[in-house]
Design a protein around this ligand. Sequence first.
Ligand code: PEP
Length: 254
Amino acid sequence: MRKPILAGNWKMNMTAAEAVEFVSSLKEKVKDVTEREIVVCPVFTALRPVAEVIKASNIHLGAQNVHWEESGAFTGEVSAEMLKDSGCEFVIIGHSERRQYFGETDQTVNGRVKKVLEADGLTPIVCIGEKLEERENELTFKVVETQIREGLKGLKPDDIKKLVIAYEPVWAIGTGRTATPQQAEEVHAFIRGILSQIAGEGVSDEIRILYGGSMKPENVSGLMECENIDGGLIGGAALKLDSFVSLINYCTMR
Ligand code: PEP
């Protein structure tokens, strides 16, 4: 049984005050939800204030990035321990916007994932996905396989078991263009197959693989009917209370 996760990636949006207002309303609206895991990922400056509001609720806190060192001369960076200290239980790693604008590579993803796993208690949400030209050149499976194998290099099956994977076709992020359920499911099934090769079937069966890329109430049903889609990493639709709540309400236990 894989419990669906609905994770809102707020990107560089909302001040601390706006974030607090949002989660205060969200908390009320989802208070009876038990069969889904709800995660919000605000900007760093809103983590602590949001943590205060959602403490003892069914909403979990996530960050949008983490560094691979514990501390030191890394101006502008935040460590896994610091995120835990701010109340985080999840952290997004390797988002395509980090790869596109901030030089993220499979190797830096690997470093971040390892450090986060060392700091027991923080779950990495590892993002992978192909660009439009890669899909058009039929490179989707190759790209995704490389991202998984390199990003998770050196991890033991027991570590891999603790991960959440987000498949986010880059051409669908923030574009309003969603992968069809068939397109998404064939990559999700492929990802589970690769995870099975590197960590064993028992582990790969347990890992949640989220879909990300313009997920919204209008397209969630087809996606969530797919056997290997275990929820969503949601950008735009998670910034609006009503659409995030309807996505949460849609997803049931599988
Ligand atoms: C994302 O940023 O991870 C994302 C999926 O964004 P959107 O839902 O807006 O496409």
